[in-house]
Design a binder for this molecule. Sequence first.
Ligand code: NDP
Ligand code: OXD
Length: 310
Amino acid sequence: MPAVLFRSGNDNPVAWREALTKRIPGLDLRVYPDIGNPEEIDFALVWKAPRGTFNGMTNLKAICSLGQGVDHIFDDPDLPDGPQIVRIVDPWMARAMAEWVLLQVLRFHRQGPAYEQAQKDRRWIKLDAEETSTRRIGIMGMGALGAEAARVISALGFDVAGWSRSRKDIPGVRSFAGTEEMDAFLGRTDILCCLLPLTPETTDLIDAGMLGKLPSGAFVVNSGRGAQLVEEDLLAALDSGHIAGAALDVFRVEPLPETHPFWTHPRVQVWPHVSAQTNADSAADQIAENIRRLRAGQDLLNTVGRGRGY
Ligand code: NDP
Ligand code: OXD
């Protein structure tokens, strides 16, 4: 009887066992480190599993990310060649992410940081309110998460554009594609929101050069991955005043070290990687379906191309 490995420092194994065994009665779910004979494992459910996790799993056929991102899987230099890589694509997470991005957009749009500071100083101030229709939002990454965020923000009347590798057709959302159109996208972006996957092409993408192409006074929102942002370059752009503020949910090192300047920077808001958390209740159907499909020899859902890296 084949077994499923569960290894995550982030997700609750009890909730996952309950959610999956409700859907596949009798499922043999082995929570690391109690994995028994590794040769019996055919499906692995992982989040940031350390190097070597899959050693000895000679019958492993699929590795599923316990999140929408898969960079943590491709990061493993010992990743076996054979297993298919799959991920969660959950509308519940897309909605959660759209809410979080909208929260950041509205906070910057309505000058939240200035009013928060005024409250700390007990100053009663009134600032000009900006037009929604002329506030230009730019979303990098127009996949499952970015496209939903774009739809939600556009529905409120903001001027929304998206940047992706391939052209998109979302009503009311202007599409920019590829590196050739990046400068035009940046030049019309007042609030930049990053929802890109981490790949070699997107690592260190948001650097001084890119920030410099945003209009002066732009804001940066990152909930893609920390390694997409060159943190020192953002700090320099904030300190020069070119970037007016940042809201960050992801960091190069997580948890963010206590001594990191972001914690105390007056124009940075830190979130602890919570913008769209994996939800066992909403994601268990597709995972159970993939376990069933794997064992029935059928094509899996939400597969990730190893070449593309996302
Ligand atoms: P998808 O794979 O559905 O979408 C990725 C998007 O990025 C696509 O539109 C793709 O373009 C675009 N893209 C990828 N590489 C490039 C590139 N080099 N240049 C331009 N565009 C590119 O991913 P999701 O929307 O599901 O998730 C995105 C990321 O969000 C995850 O990988 C993860 O890092 C992060 N995330 C963060 C969470 C959090 O709580 N902070 C929660 C969940 C995810 P194209 O459409 O043309 O292929
Ligand atoms: C994810 C995440 O990729 O939580 O799902 O970051």
